[in-house]
Design a protein around this ligand. Sequence first.
Ligand code: SF4
Ligand code: SF4
Length: 143
Amino acid sequence: MQKDSQIIKEVNEIYLWLDEQLAEIDRSCRACGKCCDFEAFGHRLYVTTPELMYFAKHVGLTIKDMPSGVCPYRISGKCSVYSYRFSGCRIFTCGDDSEQEHQLCEQAIGKFKALCEEYNIPYHYMYLKPGLELLRSGDLEKS
Ligand code: SF4
Ligand code: SF4
């Protein structure tokens, strides 16, 4: 669908913008994958509608279930979908919770919300588990 393709293209542009912004911040993430175990780490990953659309497009139709508090895309301690990971995965670092990161998070969410308004799709900002469930149901853009 033309609309979906355009949304996915725009999400890619937002991620490129985000990665450029993050490259300018001194950050200490070692990509160890510990924070992808949300239960153990005391962390939660929230995702938005356009990001879920982008994720499904690139990761494939077989979206995984999330039976535990661990992201199902963490395989052997590493992110198996690193190029397509969500903005929250890109921004979060465990070393500090800097004001810059907080502002980037707000800006990124604002961009994803604006995309939903522009393309008239429902705006969701939800924990990864229900987000993956919504993707699996096929109702992401209907609800
Ligand atoms: S933010 Fe911290 S816990 Fe998460 S992957 Fe990076 S170094 Fe590991
Ligand atoms: S998508 Fe990758 S980086 Fe994000 S929580 Fe899952 S395993 Fe971690």
